[in-house]
Design a protein around this ligand. Structure first.
Ligand SMILES: NC(=O)c1ccc[n+]([C@@H]2O[C@H](COP(=O)([O-])OP(=O)(O)OC[C@H]3O[C@@H](n4cnc5c(N)ncnc54)[C@H](O)[C@@H]3O)[C@@H](O)[C@H]2O)c1
Ligand SMILES: O=C(O)C(=O)C[C@@H](O)[C@H](O)[C@H](O)COP(=O)(O)O
Ligand SMILES: [Zn+2]
Length: 374
């Protein structure tokens, strides 16, 4: 009997708490932890054209070992540009063609794009069916598979159509990272750094020491980074599941970042790259406001650079101040017409979620980041 894997729990009221299982080779060592989460007699595993040839057979084998379970599969096109309502409809087409009923479970096998889309498809299929997250990117393992934010993009705004829908469990087989390209791996580091900046200075200090080992894919270091990230995310989600307040802090850098993702054409930047530039913009704005000192600004930039992430817009960027303002005006944190932002304030590891800041500081920051372009 293999030792139990590392388990982080997302505590939620009403018997909705769920486990995040983390470990190398979980598909082989602990397949029962996955299949036991399927309650009915059918499930639909959804993945994409990149992940399917690499990992689908392992997930299907783990599920098919359950007696009486019929496993359906669907392979979607890959990429952020495919995170749309049109593509999501293919999931419902497949489910209905196979007469999948309300007891079915959807299984999301892939990165954050698949996880967000399959979760939303589950939230609205026959008004809600179960789903399981099987994340295969760093981004999905440390952030997107946890917490139940699901949805798709709209041409006019990122993640603009979606629902809160929590998974039955998150099954993190860290061995799937062996096939992840370096660029996608670095992108996920952006959200790991975020946890340090918004609430966990000790984790940030650990990152300052260990980011080089993460880039070298050291397995033990990765296991710790994933566990500590999931613990941070689980704490925040438990405190504020539907983002009435503190959960918004998980959006550090995202208002600028989402504008960059949309304004550059979904897919030019990976989410974590856009968030890295957005985090640099937010830090610069905090410094401009006098809310952080030069040392905190420098450490923020240094960590992003150490992770191999960008902190400025590329020279050929189509972003302009007008584009930023238009896209940021539909951010989900706008309340009664006032944009609220997450900004670092005080010592490293502290931030605020506020609409109470000098708007000129935001404009000047945007101008500063756009000034080298075109
Ligand atoms: N719901 C949330 O809380 C939340 C949090 C963070 C990010 N997100 C969303 O997640 C998305 C970004 O996620 P992502 O960075 O995982 O992008 P992604 O899902 O597009 O994956 C990145 C690339 O890696 C490929 N890939 C995935 N696993 C692989 C593997 N093991 N080996 C080789 N290739 C693999 C994918 O096919 C894709 O080409 C964005 O849409 C973002 O908005 C959501
Ligand atoms: O879980 C959350 O809450 C987050 O904000 C996590 C973010 O990293 C993630 O990118 C999320 O999808 C952004 O949410 P949105 O509400 O700004 O679309
Ligand atoms: Zn994010």
């Amino acid at each position: 009997m293999p030792a139990p894997p590392t388990t982080v729990t997302v505590p939620l009221p009403g018997a909705r708490s769920y486990p995040i299982y983390i470990g190398p080779g979980l598909h082989s060592s602990h397949p029962a932890l996955l299949r036991d989460q399927v309650k009915g007699t059918t499930c639909l595993v959804v993945t994409n054209t990149v992940v399917a040839p690499l990992h689908l057979s392992r997930t299907v084998a783990a599920l098919e070992a359950k007696e009486g379970l019929t496993v359906h599969t669907l392979v979607l096109p890959d990429g952020e540009a495919e995170k749309t309502l049109e593509v999501l409809t293919l999931i419902h087409d497949k489910a209905l063609e196979n007469a999948l009923d309300r007891q079915t479970t959807f299984v999301a096998l892939g990165g954050g794009v698949i996880g967000d889309m399959v979760g939303f498809a589950a939230a609205i299929y026959q008004r809600g069916v179960d789903f399981i997250q099987v994340p295969t990117t760093v981004m999905a393992m440390v952030d997107s598979s946890v917490g139940g934010k699901t949805g798709v993009n709209h041409p006019l705004g990122k993640n603009m159509v979606g629902a809160f829908h929590q998974p039955n469990c998150v099954f993190v087989d860290t061995s799937t990272l062996d096939t992840l390209p370096d660029r996608e791996l670095r992108s996920g580091l952006s959200e790991i750094i975020k946890y340090g900046l918004i609430r966990d200075p000790a984790f940030f200090e650990w990152q300052e020491q260990n980011l080089p080992k993460l880039l070298l894919r050291d397995a033990g270091t990765f296991a710790e980074a994933i566990q500590r990230s999931c613990e941070n995310k689980a704490d925040v989600v438990a405190a504020d599941e539907k983002e009435a307040g503190v959960r918004a802090t998980l959006n550090l850098g995202h208002t600028f970042g989402h504008a960059i993702e949309n304004g550059s054409g979904y897919g030019k930047f990976l989410h974590g790259e856009a968030v890295a530039i957005g985090t640099a913009m937010a830090a610069s704005m905090s410094r401009r406001l006098g809310w952080i000192d030069e040392a905190v600004l420098q450490r923020t930039y240094d960590a992003l650079h150490l992770a191999g992430l960008p902190t400025e817009l590329p020279l050929d960027s189509p972003m302009t101040r007008e584009k930023f303002e238009k896209l940021m005006s539909v951010d989900k944190k706008v309340s009664n017409g006032v944009l609220r932002l997450i900004l670092q304030k005080g010592p490293l590891g502290t931030c605020v979620f506020t609409g109470d800041f000098d708007r000129q500081a935001m404009i000047d920051t945007i101008d500063d980041f756009c000034s080298e372009l075109g």
